[in-house]
Design a protein around this ligand. Sequence first.
Ligand code: ATP
Length: 330
Amino acid sequence: SKRVAVLTSGGDAPGMNACIRAIVIACETKGYTLIGYLHGYNGLLNQEYETLSLNATHNLIQQGGTILHSARCEAFKSHQGAKDAAKNLQALGIDTLIVIGGDGSFKGAQHLSTCWDGQILGIPGTIDNDVAGCDATVGYYTAIDTAVSSIDKVRDTADAFERIFLVEVMGRHAGFLALNAALASAADYVIVPERFDNEQQELERIINQIEARRKLKGPVSFIVVVAENVWPGGLNTLAERLSSHMQSEVRPVTLGHVQRGGSPVSQDRLLATKLGTYAVGLVGTEKTLIMIGEVDHHPVEVPLKETWAYTKPLDECSVETMLATMNQRY
Ligand code: ATP
C-alpha cells in the first residue's frame, strides 16, 4: 500500500482545506496511508507531521486557512535543504508527495526532485491565480468575492461623500484579482500590471474620466482599483498625486490580508475537491513533477516547469468587458 504525504506552502488560500479533505478521503478509499507535513517545506526539514485520517475531515470543507499551516522556507532552497527533506521522506517511506501552493512552491518541488526520486504532484493553491497552465487556482474565486464585498462597502461611503477612493487589491505581480474584482464591483477604473503604461498616462486618464463625469453629473464618487506592487511608490503616492490634481481628498484603502481568509466559495470547494481527488488517482503511476489543474472544466496535467516558464495572460474577455463598462456609471 502506498504512503502519501501532503503539504500546503506559500501564501495560504481559501479552499486549501477542502483540497486536504478530498485527499484524505481519496487516500482512505484506496487504502493509502496519508501524512500531512506542517508549515510548508519547514515541516519536511524538521520532520514535523501528523497522520491524517477521516477524523480530520469533519466540517473541513468550509474552513478558511489550512489545518496544515503554510509558510515560506528559505533553508529549503539550498542543496542541503533538499537533501535533508529527501532523507526525511525516505525515513517515513513516502512514495508520493502532494504540494498545494503557488508557482514558488512548485519550484521548491522541482528542487526537491534533485535529491528525492519519489513521485511529486502539485495542486495550484493561491489567491493570485498567477500559475500558468490552469484556468483558476484554489482560493482565487473566494478572494474575488471578498474583494468585491469590500469594494461594495467602500462604494457606499464614497457615494455618501462623493469621494474618490483608491482600493488596493492583492495579486502579487498579476492583475487577475484586481481586474475581476473591479469588474464585478463596477469600479470606475482599474490599474493592473499587465496593462500599466506609465504613471503620467494613467493619471491623465483617471483625471479625464472624473472630470467628464463631474461635468455631466456634478459631484460623484469614483473608485479606482489598484493591483498591489504596480504603482511606483505605492498607493499613498498615487493618492497624493491625484488629490493635488483634483483639489479634493483622495482616500487610499488597502484591503490586505482579509483577502486570504474566509470560508471558500463553492467554486473553490469544487475545484479543490476535484483536483485533490484527481491527484490521488495518479498516485503510483509513472506520472511525476506535474501539476493537476483544470482547463475548460477538464482536469489537465502540466509539467511543473511549465507553470512558471511563462506568464499567464489576463483573461482577455474580462479586460475587454472592463474597458467597455468602466465608463458607464452615469
Ligand atoms: P504565493 O504566490 O501564493 O505566495 P508561492 O508558492 O508562489 O505562493 P513562494 O513564497 O514563492 O510562494 O514559495 C514558497 C516556498 O517554496 C518558498 O518559501 C521556498 O521554500 C520554496 N521555493 C520557492 N522558490 C524556490 C526555488 N527557486 N527553489 C527552491 N525552493 C523554492
